[in-house]
Design a protein around this ligand. Structure first.
Ligand code: MSP
Length: 475
């Protein structure tokens, strides 16, 4: 049976991973874990993009070979994914033989079909962005994306006949409303394609660190053309294609919704079902950048607050899909209010009272109109719908509705009073609370796997040994 195939972008191995990389990977991991819990056979891929001038530059500056440089960086990515509990099934590197072979095969096939041809390219090239720009795209004569200087380049190049696929792409978008999600991001791509597609230069003479064009050693394959193919090189020999969902950041949505599907159309390979673009993080209101040195290092936050707190924060802080801001203050606020006070407190209060009032034999039971019945009502249905729409933040909000309501129930029902006055009602309150805790731990599992395990253990042993999220003193 075909597996459910989920991917992250493959990240440039030119530098260490930061908040942005971890964000996409965590989101993809949450969906992968959720689908596995729904008994789907999941194949979850991540990896690294290791060719091109960015890598060449980084290696040169550090006086090491490109291969050594990327080998080293790859370990940084792998270590972070391990610490973030990322459950990928495979890790693809574009310097691997399986990938190089696939890229060469694709290039050759498209050359033979005439969808790749040799021509001449003139344009403004930005080394940092590995992109060419036309005169009208430049902003004040500089790169429109990073504002750096650009160089005028004219060179012989191989071109991919992107223009040929304009109508086929528009037709595909029209027929497949889930191809681009969130749907409000689609119109920009549709308009871009409608405005007319130009053939794409897919080889470089000036870049040595890359896969050579089959039959022409003087060119290497353009790094984006090379990178996109990773999704099918990793699928080779496995029953996973077409991909179910590519997670990407909004800045690379176009590569994944215009160039990539056109390449697949040329190859007669079915298109991925969905490309989902999330928004961008700023840090303390500013764009993350090398020059500002304000990259958020996930390790620092994992060390200080734990892996699950980090996973929770990034998905809870901004509605998944939108842009938002990261600051340690907002991290601490959420940690203390949502994790220490709401979730942590609920678990420790509930089980310390189970012990205190000898309620060990009470079995979880949700009553629909009683106590916490409201948020629990139809929870599965609401949660499933929201997860299927990849509304990750909204899904967390649904879980927290139960947590809040359970805490409110404790406050209003006052078990310490019921213990003396109404044992029947005390039992009913705890049937509901235990049922809430069960639902919470199940639903949390894809988002906070370690915490969900801890809660399961607490349910089984009916004992809380230490607070799940000790309150932190705010600076
Ligand atoms: N190598 C290409 C992708 C090729 S996929 C076939 C690339 N790599 S990257 O290292 O620059 O990573 C880009 C991804 O990192 C974005 O798509 C996004 O997932 C993530 N982010 C990088 N900075 C980000 C923010 N400031 N905010 C959120 N995510 C961003 O592009």
């Amino acid at each position: 049976m075909k597996k459910f195939y989920i991917t992250t972008p493959i990240y440039y191995a030119n530098d260490k991973p930061h908040l942005g990389h971890s964000y996409t990977t965590i989101a993809a991991d949450v969906l992968a874990r959720y689908c596995r819990l729904k008994n789907k056979d999941v194949f979850f891929l991540t990896g690294t993009d290791e060719h091109g001038s960015k890598i060449e530059e980084a290696a040169k500056q550090n006086n090491v070979t490109c291969q050594k440089w990327v080998n080293n960086k790859v370990e940084d990515f792998k270590l972070l994914w391990k610490r973030l509990n990322i459950s990928n099934n495979d890790f693809i590197r574009t310097t691997e033989e399986r990938h190089i072979k696939k890229v060469k095969d694709v290039f050759k096939k498209l050359l033979e079909k005439g969808d790749i041809f040799k021509g001449k390219y003139t344009g403004w090239y930005c080394v940092a962005c590995e992109s060419y720009y036309t005169d009208t795209q430049l902003v004040g004569g500089k790169c429109p994306d990073c504002a750096r200087d650009v160089e005028r380049l004219e060179e012989e190049s191989y071109f991919f006949k992107l223009s040929k696929f304009q109508n086929a792409l528009l037709e595909h978008y029209g027929k497949n409303p889930d191809f681009m999600l969130p749907s409000w991001r689609a119109s920009e791509m549709v308009n871009f394609v409608k405005s007319g597609l130009k053939d794409l230069s897919v080889s470089r003479k000036n870049v040595k660190w890359g896969i050579t064009v089959p039959g022409d050693e003087t060119h290497t394959v353009y790094v984006w053309f090379d990178a996109l193919i990773n999704y099918i090189s990793a699928a080779e020999g496995k029953d996973i294609w077409p991909c179910d969902i590519h997670f990407v950041g909004k800045e690379i949505f176009k590569f994944h919704t215009v160039i990539w599907p056109a390449m697949l159309l040329a190859l007669d390979i079915p298109l991925p079902k969905t490309v989902f673009a999330h928004g961008w993080w700023t840090v303390n209101g500013e764009k993350m950048s090398k020059s500002k040195g304000n990259f958020v290092d996930p390790h620092k936050f994992i060390d200080k607050y734990g892996c699950d707190a980090y996973r929770y924060f990034v998905l809870r802080q901004i509605p998944f899909g939108q842009d938002g801001d990261f600051s340690e203050k907002s991290f601490q606020d959420r940690y203390n209010s949502d994790l220490a006070n709401n979730l942590g407190n609920l678990i420790s209060r509930t089980f310390s009272m189970v012990e205190k009032y000898s309620l060990q034999n009470v079995a979880p039971k949700a009553s629909s109109e009683f106590l916490i019945g409201k948020s629990v009502n139809n929870f599965d249905e609401k949660f499933t719908k929201s997860m299927e729409k990849i509304e990750l933040t909204a899904s967390l909000e649904l879980i927290w509705e139960i947590i809040d309501e359970a805490n409110r129930t404790i406050d209003s029902e006052k078990p310490w009073v019921l213990f003396k006055s109404d044992k029947e009602r005390l039992k009913a309150v705890f049937e509901n609370l235990l049922s809430a805790v069960e639902i919470i731990s199940k639903a949390l599992a894809p988002f906070m796997p370690e915490t969900a395990e801890k809660i399961k253990k607490i349910i089984a042993t009916q004992k809380v040994s230490a607070p799940l999220f000790p309150r932190i003193a705010q600076e």
